[in-house]
Design a protein around this ligand. Structure first.
Ligand code: GLP
Length: 242
């Protein structure tokens, strides 16, 4: 695991965007695994700015997102489909047909998840997988558990995640209780993993991810076993790693 310390959120975002744009420049038809949450928004903004300057071209890129709330339609403003268009896809020259997010609007969880596994596998898995990290160490929506997950599956969100994500909804009762998420094994198939984290609230999770035991109680800890994992985090998120 390579840990890169950033001064603050802007610095973290620029460094992460630099790594992603390098991937796109090196391999214009690369497969990107993408993440939602507030952490990567700054990196997406920076990539959009570089796209507008003509520095990076997404015409041949394809993307696979980590997760989606179960029960939300694609045009629901709280859905991750909507988030990705709003924060990234609608501002760059990516072909929307090449962007993929698990289908939260499909109530048949088994079908939605196995369909997603098939398309991610057919794409050959991401060249670069971008990840945020939950306060409890979750990646995608892989919550702390007694085993690591494999492929895409339906999860019951923990109270801590529902609480943390409720800031983005009108009320906590509006937060979906379930989600479809790429599994931990699928995430580990990516050829490079880029984790972004900022703020003191992530300090414990970042410490446990980098230096704690490898355990499904902290799903992100498995990234210690990945041969090409880079963590870009600000000083506050790294404050327990000194
Ligand atoms: C959600 C997402 C994760 C994300 C996490 C942290 O639960 N499913 O992919 O990493 O939140 O979000 P934030 O970046 O807003 O702290």
């Amino acid at each position: 695991m390579k840990i890169i310390k950033a001064k603050d959120y802007e610095d973290m975002s620029r460094k992460a965007a630099n790594i992603i744009s390098a991937q796109v420049i090196l391999k214009p038809d690369c497969v990107l695994g993408l993440a939602t949450g507030s952490t990567p928004i700054g990196a997406y903004k920076q990539l959009v700015a570089w796209y507008e300057k003509g520095d990076v071209d997404f015409a041949e890129v394809s993307t696979y997102n980590l997760d989606e709330y179960r029960g939300l339609s694609h045009d629901d403003p709280q859905s991750y489909h909507y988030f990705m268009r709003e924060n990234f896809f609608d501002h760059i020259n990516i072909d929307l047909n090449n962007t993929h997010v698990p289908d939260g609007s499909n109530p048949d969880a088994a079908a939605a998840c196995s369909e997603y596994d098939k398309i991610v596998a057919a794409a050959g898995y991401p060249d670069l997988q971008l990840l945020g990290i939950g306060n409890n160490g979750h990646i995608g929506f892989n919550e702390p558990d007694d085993h690591f997950s494999k492929g895409t599956h339906c999860v019951d969100l923990t109270e801590s995640t529902i609480q943390a994500n409720s800031r983005l909804f009108d009320s906590i009762d509006d937060v979906p209780r379930q989600a479809y998420t790429m599994g931990t094994q699928t995430i580990m198939y990516a050829r490079m993993i880029l984790v972004v984290a900022n703020g003191e609230a992530k300090a414990q999770a970042v410490h446990d991810m980098c230096y704690g035991p490898v355990t499904p109680a902290c799903p992100a800890s498995i990234l210690q076993l990945h041969t090409n994992c880079v963590v870009v985090a600000d000083e506050a998120a790294l404050s327990l790693c000194e």
